[in-house]
Write a protein that binds this ligand. Structure first.
Ligand SMILES: [Zn+2]
Ligand SMILES: [Zn+2]
Length: 360
């Protein structure tokens, strides 16, 4: 995405703690990058989604809470971790990580140098999620925000309302002896769904791409209900799926893997399901509007809670957000980044099963 008009408007100056470089967002005071997309010496990683956490850096710094998932996605990296709120001095910068509420271990990066405080949010949400720490507002002078769903049409129902809908769809299918297959991203969304549905309705199963993430979540102390692995059920026992909720990555859609379920109903859980026609384009029976990103009101709430007079937008609906920020009297601009939204935050873990995965 090219936004030269905003970048030239941002008035980059020498006192800026973070600037956009070809490798990623760079902090000169500490000589490190935040979620760089090209190999660098020192990377601070906000969270383990594939558009933020890349292989190839020499040193990684991330939250303690996210260590298991990060290492499950990038095995063998040189990783230093910080507890949330713990301060590390890197060069001339005081750096700390604070919960972003997006997925397990997701962090906002707070940087303090020469009397100025900047916070880079990574991805975040304000809604309750039993699988990760809640978003923590951090006061700062400049807030670097995502804007994945930064348009007024994006307003989420309360999570419990969404999960009540999932439960009643599942209950209805089970009463008719039909499997319920729910497609969602295997890291974050899948664990949130498994932790939030009513496990009394029937057995829970997952696709092989989801299982390593479940394991990493459990190792980090997140409570998930018992979840069977679809591949471990022999064909003679497949009747068990008739009462089951099966969580699978979008890449499994349209694949032969689904044949074992016989008669099934399918659904997709994503913030994009808010868009008219999204469910039909996805070709699923049901669409559940469930996102791990902030909706439009939550973005506004989060930004205002920082008290920052200056805001820089990284990805998503950049232009409408910049316009809204300026209407609020804030100084606003954008960084050109390679962060995606959750339509491309697909599955590194599911990449081996990508057969039918192309999403519009
Ligand atoms: Zn993310
Ligand atoms: Zn992202």
């Amino acid at each position: 995405m090219n936004l030269p008009e905003y970048q030239s408007n941002i008035g980059l100056n020498e006192t800026d703690l973070v600037v956009a470089r070809p490798e990623g967002l760079y902090c000169e005071a500490g000589d490190f990058y935040i979620d760089p997309w090209r190999p660098v010496e020192r990377a601070v990683i906000t969270h383990a989604h594939s558009d933020h956490a890349h292989f190839g850096h020499r040193h990684y710094l991330a939250s303690q809470a996210g260590a298991n998932v990060l290492l499950s996605r990038l095995p063998g990296i040189s990783l230093q971790t910080l507890a949330y709120g713990e301060v590390l001095v890197i060069g001339g910068a005081r750096v700390s990580l604070h919960p972003a509420g997006h997925v397990l271990g997701s962090s906002q990066v707070r940087i303090e140098h020469a009397g100025s405080v900047w916070v880079a949010s990574g991805d975040y949400k304000l809604d309750a999620d039993p699988t990760c720490d809640a978003f923590e507002p951090v006061r700062c002078d400049t807030f670097i925000t995502e804007s994945t769903f930064g348009l007024p049409i994006y307003r989420w129902d309360a999570p419990q309302t969404v999960f009540d809908g999932v439960d009643s769809w599942w209950r209805h299918n089970a009463s008719e002896g039909r499997a319920s297959v729910l497609f969602c991203y295997s890291f974050g969304k899948a664990q949130r769904v498994l932790a939030s549905v009513d496990a009394a309705i029937g057995p829970l199963f997952c696709h092989g791409a989801v299982e390593p993430l479940n394991r990493a979540y459990r190792a980090a102390g997140v409570r998930l209900p018992p979840v069977g692995l679809v591949a471990e059920i022999p064909a003679k026992d497949k009747a068990v799926f008739r009462q089951a909720l099966i969580v699978a990555p979008p890449s499994a859609q349209g694949s032969a893997w689904l044949k074992r379920f016989g008669d099934y109903s399918d659904a997709f859980a994503s913030g994009w399901m808010r868009l008219r026609g999204a469910r039909r384009r996805r070709g699923v029976d049901r669409g559940f509007v469930l996102s791990d990103h902030a909706d439009w009101p939550s973005l506004q709430t989060a930004i205002q809670a920082t008290g920052a007079p200056r805001v820089i937008v990284t990805h998503g609906s950049v232009e409408p957000m910049v316009r809204w920020l300026r209407e609020q009297g804030l100084e606003a601009g954008a960084f050109d980044t390679q962060y995606g939204d959750d339509s491309v935050e697909a599955d590194a873990a599911g990449a081996d099963e990508t057969a039918a995965a192309s999403s519009p």
